[in-house]
Design a protein around this ligand. Structure first.
Ligand SMILES: *[C@@H]1O[C@H](CO)[C@@H](O)[C@H](O)[C@H]1NC(C)=O
Length: 229
């Protein structure tokens, strides 16, 4: 395959550089000839990465335009984002929500949260780089339904959880924008309850003793008087 001029050129190259470099340099001419029309590579873009710069901005930043994932038209509402992990911290009624961007142009994200059949609470608008948000004020022992909605100029992505008749039993697809999570009862609550019940029992015991003591004093107790006399 390799013609003799190239072979000669290779030899000349290796001979001239053999002194200071290793035999691996033989591959250099081939790499050069392939690398000249710089092949585009995928952009360092991750749909699920928090504070991810939009891919179009990454494309403009580099010396060579990298490749972005295809997006749906800006004239259509975004497809739904994918709800990821919801990490609940029962102690302080907080949860951290993660999600992944859809393959659509997105201007904002918004979280919808509701409990049972109550009206959904709409969180603040989050910018397009966001993939994580904090929920606060969750009630221990409650079950919530949560949806992530992506918004652009044409509208917002559907949130199927909103239409569910009974959110407590509705099943949500694993890779969809909605999910259900429960806040476990606060461990402190259980401890307090136990302490409360214990205290009540001790008080009852004391009251019984005092009552018994007074009865003895009032009605007399021959053996007691003998003992104290
Ligand atoms: C998006 O919002 C986050 C949190 O408020 C902020 O840190 C970030 O700088 C914002 N990014 C842009 C591009 O506005």
């Amino acid at each position: 395959m390799l013609g003799s001029p190239l072979l000669l050129w290779l030899l000349a190259g290796t001979l001239s550089m053999a002194a200071e470099t290793g035999p691996l340099d033989i591959q250099d001419p081939e790499e050069d000839s392939e690398a000249t029309p710089l092949l585009p590579v995928p952009c360092d873009y991750d749909r699920c990465r928090h504070l991810q710069v939009p891919c179009e901005e990454l494309q403009q930043a580099g010396p060579v335009a990298c490749l972005c994932p295809g997006l749906s038209s800006l004239a259509q509402p975004p497809t739904p984002p994918r709800l990821g992990e919801v990490r609940v911290m029962a102690e302080d009624g907080h949860a951290t929500v993660h999600w992944c961007a859809p393959a659509s142009p997105v201007h904002h994200y918004q979280l919808l949260l509701w409990e049972g059949t109550g009206a959904p609470y709409r969180g603040p608008l989050l910018n397009t780089t966001m993939r994580r948000a904090e929920l606060g004020g969750l009630r221990p022992g409650s079950t919530y339904v949560l949806c992530v909605v992506a918004i652009n100029e044409a509208g917002e992505s559907p949130a199927p959880g909103l239409g569910a008749e009974d959110p407590d039993t509705a099943a949500f697809p694993t890779f969809g924008p909605c999910g259900r999570f429960s806040v476990p009862p606060r461990p402190g609550t259980l401890v307090h309850t136990a302490i409360g019940v214990g205290t009540a029992l001790v008080l009852l015991g004391c009251a019984a003793l005092v009552w018994r003591f007074h009865l003895h004093r009032r009605w007399g107790c021959p053996r007691c008087h003998e003992a104290t006399a």
